[in-house]
Write a protein that binds this ligand. Structure first.
Ligand SMILES: Cc1cc2nc3c(=O)[nH]c(=O)nc-3n(C[C@H](O)[C@H](O)[C@H](O)COP(=O)(O)O)c2cc1C
Length: 356
């Protein structure tokens, strides 16, 4: 592991012993995103920020219980602090999976009450659960009893037909009475019929003021705001009213943003001085992933945003897109792509904030 690789002894590391570390800070989080926040993306994210709380993609209880548990929970201790997001509604199954989360060393277990996809609705997973606050409360209570990890909930401000302020408060009242003290709130409703999951991330209007009101009404709860946040300036504004911010798409498409997080929000030094250094620090990891049979394209697609918006970035992306899928493609594809981007003579610590 290179000297720049994320530390396996990071402060919140829980390790294979299952011993839990301190509660992770949720001041700045990267959102759970299916197919995007894979172990490979998370490794890159951790090279750029030591303090950001990372979330896995959602894993359903059915997949964990009946599928290849090891594969679904696979991660690198270097990624800590790392929260496992679960999809499900059966209290017993969720409790079982919360126990697994602890055994596998995760820092937090999170329940998805925000995903609007039809596929998950049919199994009572995701945003449809906002219509069943008692069921969520029962599940959360069982999860809390099963693990010493923090149990958190990520939800919407409502769903169509249950979108009043009182509906939202009923949800938070019941779930907090069951013991949940951290609510990650995507500040728009989900429309369960007629909008695709993608449209459900853009079409219903954002109502940040509702999330601020939640914090005012429930000052003892930790309220994290999510949805449409792109810049550090916006983050600071939200942090005046809430306890933390969660960024999804911007953190994925422009990962270099994360390189400014430790200094901007945690008073710590940035772990890496340049995009080039960060990518080179990925090399040992890329090689070990290739050795365990991961295709280069499954790693490289998460690197495409690293040179977002800077000269040579397009050539970098094009070279990877044209070559990473070829049979036998290895680390040399990434090395050659990197040569397409001129290395700055000086460290570029301020770039993350400048482009943010
Ligand atoms: C590709 C993609 C996959 C997503 N998968 C999940 C998921 O597995 N679980 C979840 O709670 N939210 C998921 N989301 C929603 C995000 O976590 C987040 O709530 C949403 O993108 C709004 O934040 P943003 O505007 O910062 O992207 C996904 C979003 C995207 C773009």
């Amino acid at each position: 592991m290179s000297k720049d690789a994320p530390s396996e002894n990071a402060e919140n590391t829980t390790g294979a012993t299952g011993k839990t570390g301190p509660e992770p800070s949720r001041r700045f989080c990267v959102a759970p995103m299916m197919d995007w926040t894979t172990p490979q993306y998370r490794y890159l994210a951790r090279l750029l920020s030591r303090h950001t709380l990372l979330y896995t993609e959602m894993v359903t209880t059915g997949a964990l219980i009946h599928g290849d548990t090891e594969r679904f929970l696979h991660h690198n201790p270097a990624e800590y602090p790392l929260a496992l997001q679960l999809g499900g509604s059966d209290a017993g199954e969720l409790a079982h999976c919360a126990r697994l989360a602890e055994q596998f060393g995760f820092s937090e277990v999170n329940l998805n009450v925000g995903c609007p996809s039809d596929r998950v609705q049919n199994n009572m997973i995701g945003a449809c659960l906002m219509g069943h606050p008692d069921k969520v409360a029962e599940a959360v209570s069982a999860m809390i009893a099963a693990t010493s990890l923090p149990v958190t909930v990520k939800h919407r401000i409502g769903i169509n037909g249950r979108e009043s302020w009182d509906d939202l408060c009923e949800f938070v009242d019941k779930v907090s009475a069951a013991g949940c003290r951290t609510f990650i709130v995507h500040a728009r409703i989900a429309v369960l019929e007629g909008l695709s999951p993608k449209e459900n991330r853009d079409v219903p209007p954002l109502k940040y003021d509702w999330v601020y009101r939640l914090k005012q009404k429930y000052p003892h709860l930790e309220i994290i705001i999510n949805g449409g946040i792109k810049t550090f300036e916006e983050c600071h504004e939200h942090l005046e009213h809430t306890d933390g911010v969660m960024l999804g798409r911007e953190a994925y498409h422009n990962p270099w943003l994360l390189a400014g997080v430790d200094s901007e929000f945690f008073g710590d030094e940035a772990p890496t001085a340049s995009r080039h250094d960060a990518l080179r620090a990925m090399y040992p990891f890329i090689e070990s992933e290739l050795e365990r049979g991961v295709f280069l394209s499954h790693i490289s697609r998460h690197l495409l945003g690293l040179f977002h918006g800077i000269p040579g970035g397009r050539q970098f992306r094009r070279y990877i897109s044209e070559n990473a899928h070829k049979s036998g493609a290895g680390l040399e594809v990434i090395q050659t792509a990197l040569e397409k981007v001129r290395e700055p003579a000086q460290p570029v610590l301020t770039e993350a904030t400048a482009s943010a």
